[in-house]
Design a protein around this ligand. Structure first.
Ligand SMILES: C[S@@+](CC[C@H](N)C(=O)[O-])C[C@H]1O[C@@H](n2cnc3c(N)ncnc32)[C@H](O)[C@@H]1O
Length: 455
């Protein structure tokens, strides 16, 4: 039962999780109990919570800070908790109470049996869940990831057998008023369901970035000779266009990571439809998830990293790895393999005087924009070599003009699918961006760079 090993490896990769000595496992499948026992090894004491005759909430209700890990394996559906959110909330509250501080909750469910929208619904529910213990202390989770069970993907072509990993947060931290987390911010502001679908209508099938498929191909070609079968990480993969193209046209095996569940749900759905095992997706913050060492030959990102607050940390993470990123004692050899290459495009700023309107746009979207030299500086500081920077803003302008024309020409179709209000909103946005480019405020930049081969 490889799945138990796979799940354990994922949650043990989390540097903020406690080491597991005691675990509670709820499953109706007896073979799973054995699989987890074997995978954890004899040093972990496992309480077998199933098959249960009583309500799981009641079982956990009596426990306080007892477990390092609680694993709920295909039980939410069996106990009809997916639709009954109130009962699911009761269970999560008892889980939080029963977990030690920084303990891990894993929820595995085969989502192929549910409407696809259940995936973002559940992810949002888990991510912003808050409860109080009996003393009135706030309890919540830190979201770590939602991943596809690879065992099911390869052996059953089931791309929707998923698991969520959350840890009990040390304290409740709110991202900003009415927005609990950064994920919540992305899904409720720029990447609402309507925005995702209508952006795709403008940018082209599977893409939420300027120029869609054809422009993206040019970016992938920047790698030069691509080795089919090699591994790529796509940071901020969105609805999956870049990852799918890298697999289909270049034979790469791609992991697409994105924090927006409104985005990734489309990627998951198309993955299940197309049955392409070369592409996998996960919901994670790229700065939070700790990837295995020497995992990727290529790192790719299309117009996503301007969302990321700490660029030094990001580049150090691509080059090195994980938790104590910038400390001196870390040897640079991790996420990207030695000899690995990166191609990253991003929204940036130019050298014109930044207008109040542009600054307001940047601040509303929480973008972190830098100029070309600064962008190059992050890569240099991390240790990259053979760096090639390109200011592709002139092409950005051409694409914006083409997309604006296409949208105006096909207004009836757009309005029929979405609304007049959204049509006006997007057209105004495109108009504004053309203005920001004219003032050399908004730029579009591309970097190619290599990590030196190890000696
Ligand atoms: C403009 S979209 C681009 C999507 C995709 N690359 C494409 O070309 O269609 C930017 C994406 O970056 C994602 N993103 C932003 N911050 C992120 C983070 N910290 N970790 C992972 N993804 C992130 C957003 O959720 C969004 O899907």
């Amino acid at each position: 039962m490889a799945v138990a090993r796979e799940i354990i490896a994922s949650f043990q990769s989390n540097p903020s999780a406690t080491k597991v000595k005691t675990a509670f496992l709820a499953t109706e499948d007896a073979s799973m109990v054995k699989a987890f026992r074997d995978a954890f090894g004899a040093e972990v004491q496992i309480t077998n919570g199933g098959p249960l005759t009583r309500d799981l909430s009641q079982v956990l209700n009596t426990k306080k800070e007892e477990y390092d890990a609680i694993i709920l394996c295909n039980v939410l559906d069996d106990w009809n908790l997916i639709k009954r959110r109130h009962h699911l909330g009761d269970l999560l509250k008892n889980v939080l109470t029963a977990l030690k501080k920084s303990g891990t909750l894993v929820i595995r469910e085969d989502m192929s049996r549910h409407p696809i929208t259940t995936i973002p619904d559940l992810t949002k529910f888990f991510d912003v869940f808050v409860a109080q213990d009996s003393e009135g202390n706030g309890l919540t989770f830190d979201f770590y990831t939602t991943k596809q069970v690879e065992d099911s993907l390869y052996s059953k072509q089931d791309h929707l057998d998923l698991y969520w990993i959350l840890t009990r947060a040390p304290e409740i931290v709110v991202y900003e008023e009415k927005l609990a987390t950064f994920r919540d911010f992305l899904d409720k502001t720029q990447y609402t369901e309507d925005n995702v679908r209508s952006y795709e209508w403008i940018f082209g099938e599977n893409f939420i970035s300027p120029g869609g498929l054809d422009e993206n191909r040019k970016f992938l070609q920047r790698y030069g000779t691509i080795k089919p079968g090699a591994k790529m990480l796509d940071i901020g993969v969105g609805i999956g266009g870049g990852a799918r193209q890298a697999a289909k046209e270049f034979g790469l095996h791609v992991l697409g990571v994105d924090l927006s569940t409104n985005m990734i749900v489309h990627a998951f759905e198309r993955n299940q439809r197309d049955q392409d095992c070369r592409v996998k997706y996960q919901i994670s913050d790229i700065l939070v998830y700790d990837f295995p060492e020497n995992e990727f030959d290529y790192v790719f990102s299309r117009d996503a990293i301007h969302h990321i607050p700490d660029q030094d940390l990001l580049f150090a993470k691509i080059y090195t790895k994980g938790s104590k990123l910038m400390s001196d004692d870390i040897k640079p050899s991790k996420l990207l393999k030695p000899g690995g290459q990166i191609v990253i495009s991003r929204y940036s700023k130019g050298y014109g005087k930044l207008s109040p309107k542009f600054l307001d746009y940047v601040s509303r979207r929480h973008y972190n924009l830098h100029n070309l030299e600064e962008f190059e500086g992050f890569a240099k500081k991390a240790g990259f070599v053979n760096i090639k920077m390109e200011n592709i803003t002139p092409r950005f302008k051409e694409i914006l003009l083409e997309e604006r024309e296409y949208t105006i020409k096909n207004k009836n179709d757009f309005v029929g699918r979405f609304s007049e209000e959204l049509y006006n909103h997007h057209l105004e946005g495109w108009e504004d961006k053309l203005g920001y480019i004219a003032e050399d405020n908004h730029n579009w930049h591309l970097i190619y760079a290599e990590k030196p081969k190890s000696k």
